[in-house]
Design a protein around this ligand. Sequence first.
Ligand code: SF4
Length: 464
Amino acid sequence: MPRYSLLDIYKLLPGTNCKACGLDNCMAFASALLNRKKKPQDCKPLFEDERYKEKREKLLDIILPAVKEIIVNGLKIGGEEVLYRHELTFYNPTAIFIDVDDEMNPDDLVLKVKRINNFKIFRVGQDLKLQGIALRCKSNDAIKFGEALINIIEHSNLPIMLCSFNPEIIKIGAETCGDRKFIIYAADASNYKEMVEIAKKYEAPLVVYADTIEDLSLLTQKVMEHGFEDIILDVGTYPEGDGLRKTIENMIKIRRAAIDDRFKPLRFPILANPSVVWLYEKDYIQACLKESYLASLLMLCYADIMILHSIETFELLPILVLRQNIYTDPRVPVQVKPGVYKIGNPNEYSPVLVTTNFALTYYTVANDVENKVDCYILVLNTEGLAVLPALAGNKLTADLVKEHIEEYKLDKYVKHRYLIIPGLAARLSGEIEEKTGWKVIVGPMDSSKIPEFIEKEWKKLNLQ
Ligand code: SF4
């Protein structure tokens, strides 16, 4: 659980309700801080008035997430507060970077970069995408590395990770990037001083690598002593046997040390590298499948950022769907916007289906009718509840239907005055007719039966 409550935060605010933060009072600000809608610095009196110094320091101490949030090109990595999503929520979905290398044929490299850039799967109202490109220096040749990097910069706006343990290569990469922000992979015990200097100069997050937790903690402490804290942790990824067990144990121990013990050297995002599968497995399909399950497994073990190699949809689909599910905020049902949605090419005599704005309900209905029925769907704002819970909680009512018909001007879309409501909401039919003046047809209990229902019942109306 988070270490502090709303009241703990409130007690550390000035308590004057001056509204300088743009909210009505300090309690509203405390709630906004708890939900990360405001930053402590948004309370100006707290930071400008020295009387509040002690409160300010205490607030900053408790409010900072257990795992530092690293931001690169707008991409947020880490920032987590709990071990289990149900205790609060997970904030920043695992960032997925796909690797390319500087020994690839330039045409192949550009093709892969474009595919990474444009990759998108639409599911339950969201576009599932990839977050970045990791450029590996295989050649150890700064010129080749720079040329490959220029190709990436020209063909993608995604954040870039520069991968080499050679500080000279990273320096060339950093200069080539110009204004583009990037992540450096990686500092180890032998190169960390030079890497920290480059990271400081370019304000680039730095991955710190060691293959035991003890060595990793010592190294991050040294990096912090050099005045740098935008750190990402890598304790090594091993895809098989005892190495895999060690990888999982290490990642869980790191996250527990950060959240349960607030152990400063490990309070950073964790990087996992499932692409190592390709070093062990030479069969293409097997490598894709192994990379897919390793990435899924490590996402469940708190990987905040991952490097993958494959761009195959069949491999990425399960990873991205898992990520979408893990990083859904359990406090907020997944919703679509209320309003009138067109399915196919409806006209003024087409049916109007009524449903709720719980995303799963809407997309189930939409998928069941798509390519089968041209119609409109009137989506009601039931605060993200499905039909039955919305009815039980009095969120789906005849008044709500009336409000939405008026607000979204349903009468501009169709000439008829018929609504098809879900079979589960049959008990509202009389009241809806009374309040709206529209005739109600009670639809099937199961939305998969809608096309058949419309074919039979809608045609009887003989509207066109
Ligand atoms: S600016 Fe600070 S003191 Fe003023 S209302 Fe907001 S939280 Fe309270």
